[in-house]
Design a protein around this ligand. Structure first.
Ligand SMILES: *Cc1c(COP(=O)(O)O)cnc(C)c1O
Length: 823
């Protein structure tokens, strides 16, 4: 079949699944692949791979069709390739046409915060009486929305979709895809303000989602929202019926919150009648989200007593998918929040990305709220499980047990209940594996996770994998697609856990990794990392390892270069050597060849072709310091002289790089072929200039082991250094200098956060423990203590003890467990 030039509206498809990311491919024969071009990714690079894996329907962009690509695709006899001006528009158009076939109520949710929670809660609250389809997690972007709405089918009775914006004009695209019949505008805050001229503009833009809606629920207390609804939206959509709720008398539904002993009473009076509901939620954001749900459900016609029953069972939404160290040398992916089909697909994809263990296992409950016939559902899950190469399956629940026949793998076990599983299943059947534990809430799979995970006592360093991805993308955008990225994962990935971080980076296809020592590289290879890895401090004694594991040495002096050469010359003829990296010293005076070495170097390299140069690089001494700008410039110029010298002498070119994280921000003009990203990935922007664009990656947490009530005049800790001038409540926390908590932070220099209150240290920091003053806090034994994270920035800790953030981050000792999570 040849390529078909088409407008988006002409495209037809038989596909069940729309795919925009080749890594998410599960059902090749039933998928249509959209090659999207973004700032960082170009889907056209993956067409061949996706075709080889069995996909037969494609949408590609005219401007990306190189002659080579074109002739390659013309040879795919059995494929259909639609050529369009813009693949994203085509995706959106197809889904908008799909949406237009349905007449069920569709709820469109937008606003600054709470979109996902309101959507998840409504899904939970409606589930007992409706067949709900909803956006998975927070799929609310230009790509996420069409992928969500595509799941809508004949079996559903209501749809819940959220829409988010990051820049103007995006809502125009999303509106026809969701085409909500009912709208919910959650609230307005400052998130993503950058792209917009004003808050008003942002509100107007968001309200475009409701230009064809019949009804809109919003909070009247946000005055600007109220104004924009009346001034603009109601002009565009005069038939719109509004239900505004709020705490002022002018709201259509007046709401009061009364905080009682053990619950909050929410009273509503107005156009929906007079009602009272009790909830265990207390904080404002939760109450606001809940009120949106209450107003929606009352208007939807649900009986107040039914609503009361259902909100009692509501739990805070935690969609975190956590990766934890398990027993029997395993990892556990903890996803016990819910179990709908879309969530399962995502969790299985995440499982599929884990290369750190040789086996994969899944513990799965009945899938609830799928809106599909059981036969078809479990048949599909079986295919997914085969596709993701799962070795062992445990199914728990009456439905999945009844459908056991659908699962074709050899190692499988079924149980009627979680209790039956816990009582009879020998857990040592699951060793050396990555185990996904995925269950709907009523199955209480947290009990299974508890059993499988290695007991984490006291202190953990939580690593937010989404924040890591966000930060990586931030730097990727900054350097653009023409410049490669090498990520520094030395020192246990700056304390964040090398294997897990590297696994994520490999998934996101960074170009290079770098470590300081050979054994760090070996450890990465042993946990399944196949990316090229540079070793900055190779040593003669590690050369065998470099060769065996394909690790690329940095050669920085005549001595080390000759040692590598003589090692290489002693290997068998046919040996393939890893490429090498040449370090030039342009002013750091740490490692590297100097100017007077260049002729020698050029001669050695050109007469020894086993030395294949991958890259030549140097390092700035003061990329983050304005007063050293002139020196940085000099270094750059010296580097270019050196690199050009080598290139001319050798007659071939290689990757050249000089920038670290701070350099990427301050010297974009020096980015060359590659940059070396370090501390910025971990959420710390060394120049301070762009800190607001990065997300916090690490949170160090511990717990209170004991609380004491002491009198003025008593003392705390070694040497009686903690003097009490008043009666005080003192807590002992499970963290000391051996965990990396700097001894300089003792005696009130440092502070930690306990239930939102900052508490200073008191007395000296001990080896495994520290005492804190809890007098102002509301705390009990075993409560969580935040040592650093969002509330207590690492930069602040570093300043207090007169060091740099790097030292705080890499100083967290390895005995502190790392726990990884995704939102
Ligand atoms: C550690 C390191 C980097 C990364 O520096 P950051 O300041 O963390 O970005 C870059 N290049 C070299 C040679 C390094 O050793």
């Amino acid at each position: 079949m040849s390529l078909i030039d088409a407008q988006p509206s002409e495209i037809t498809t038989q596909a069940h699944y729309l795919l925009t990311d080749s890594r998410q491919l599960s059902f090749a024969a039933r998928s249509m692949f959209f090659a999207l071009t973004g700032e960082r990714h170009d889907g056209h690079h993956f067409l061949k791979e996706v075709h080889e894996r069995g996909v037969r329907e494609f949408v590609v962009e005219k401007s990306s069709l190189t002659p080579v690509l074109k002739s390659e695709m013309e040879a795919w006899k059995d494929a259909t390739v639609w050529v369009v001006p813009d693949s994203l528009k085509a995706l959106q158009n197809i889904v908008a046409r799909h949406r237009a076939q349905f007449t069920i109520p569709i709820v469109g949710i937008t606003g600054s915060n709470g979109k996902t929670i309101v959507k998840e809660w409504l899904a939970q609250l409606l589930a007992p009486s409706e067949r709900v389809v909803a956006s998975p997690k927070s799929y609310n972007s230009q790509i996420g929305v069409p992928l969500s709405v595509w799941n809508l089918n004949d079996t559903h009775s209501i749809g819940l979709f959220e829409a988010g914006l990051s820049r103007p004009h995006e809502m125009e695209q999303l509106e026809p895809i969701i085409r909500p019949t009912v709208g919910i505008f959650t609230n307005i805050g400052s998130a993503h303000d950058e792209g917009f001229r004003s808050r008003k503009q942002k509100i107007t833009e968001k309200l475009r989602l409701f230009t064809h809606a019949r009804k809109l629920i919003y909070r009247h207390d946000y005055q600007e929202v109220d104004e924009e609804v009346r001034l603009i939206l109601q002009r565009v959509n005069p038939a719109l019926q509004t239900i505004s709720w709020g705490t002022a008398d002018s709201a259509e539904v007046l709401v009061r919150y009364e905080s009682l002993e053990s619950f909050t009473r929410v009273s509503l009076t107005g156009t929906l009648g007079t009602h009272q509901f009790d909830t265990h939620f207390r904080n404002e954001a939760a109450l606001e989200n809940l009120t949106h749900c209450l107003v929606f459900l009352l208007d939807f016609g649900l009986k107040p007593d039914v609503i009361q029953d259902r909100i009692r069972a509501l739990r805070p939404v935690s969609m975190r998918l956590q990766l934890k160290e398990g027993i029997h040398h395993s990892y556990v992916i903890d996803d016990t929040y819910n179990n709908d089909f879309q969530g399962l697909v995502m969790a299985l994809n995440f499982l599929g990305q884990q290369e750190n263990r040789s086996r994969r296992a899944v513990i799965l409950s009945d899938v609830l709220q799928s809106g599909r016939p059981a036969e078809e559902l479990y048949g599909t899950i079986n295919q997914l499980i085969i596709e993701k190469k799962i070795d062992l399956l445990v199914g728990i629940g009456p439905e999945i047990t009844r459908q056991a026949g659908h699962f074709k793998m050899s190692e499988k076990y079924f149980f009627q209940s979680t209790e039956a599983f816990l009582q009879t299943f020998p857990l040592d059947k699951i060793t050396d594996s990555v185990v996904l534990v995925k269950g709907a809430r009523p199955f209480h799979f947290e009990k299974i996770v508890n059993r499988l995970q290695q007991k984490v006592h006291g202190t953990v360093l939580e690593i937010n994998l989404d924040a890591l991805t966000h930060n990586l993308n931030y730097y990727r955008n900054k350097v653009g697609s023409g410049t490669k990225i090498m990520v520094m994962v030395k020192a246990f990935a700056y304390g964040s856990g090398s294997a897990e971080v590297a696994n994520l980076l490999q998934f996101h296809r960074v170009d290079y990794l770098a470590v300081a020592y050979a054994d760090e590289g070996v450890a990465l290879r042993q946990s399944g990392i196949t990316l090229p890895i540079m070793v900055m401090n190779p040593d003669r004694s590690t050369f065998e390892n470099l060769l065996e594991y394909g690790l690329e040495p940095e050669l920085y002096s005549r001595r080390i270069l000759d040692e590598w050469l003589s090692f290489a010359n002693n290997q068998k003829e046919e040996t393939v050597f890893p490429g090498v990296h040449i370090k030039l010293d342009t002013g750091m005076h740490r490692l590297g060849f100097e100017e007077n070495d260049y002729d020698w170097l050029a001669e050695r390299l050109s007469s020894n072709p086993t030395l294949r140069i991958q890259s030549v690089f140097s390092h700035l001494v003061g990329a983050d310091e304005g007063e050293l700008n002139a020196f940085s410039k000099q270094q750059f110029e010296r580097f270019i002289v050196g690199a050009t010298h080598l290139e001319t002498a050798l007659g071939y070119s290689f990757i050249k790089h000089i920038l670290n994280s701070a350099g990427i921000v301050r010297f974009p003009e020096y980015k060359l072929d590659m940059v070396r990203l370090g501390i910025g990935l971990y959420g710390l922007e060394a120049t301070g200039q762009d800190q607001r664009f990065l997300q916090t990656v690490g949170t160090l947490k511990t717990t209170i082991s004991q609380i004491k009530y002491l009198k003025a005049g008593q003392t705390v800790g070694y040497g009686r250094r903690g003097q009490l001038s008043r009666d005080a409540t003192i807590g002992t926390i499970a963290l000391g200098y051996a965990d990396g908590y700097d001894r300089g932070l003792g005696n009130g220099v440092g502070q930690v956060s306990v239930n939102g209150t900052l508490c200073p240290t008191i007395g000296n920091v001990c080896m495994d423990m520290t005492m804190i003053d809890l007098t102002e806090a509301n705390a009990e034994e075993s409560d969580e203590v935040i040592v650093f994270g969002k509330e207590i920035p690492i930069t602040d800790l570093a300043q207090r003890v007169g060091t740099i953030p790097y030292e705080i981050l890499t100083g967290v000792s390895e005995r502190v467990k790392r726990v990884f999570f995704k939102e």
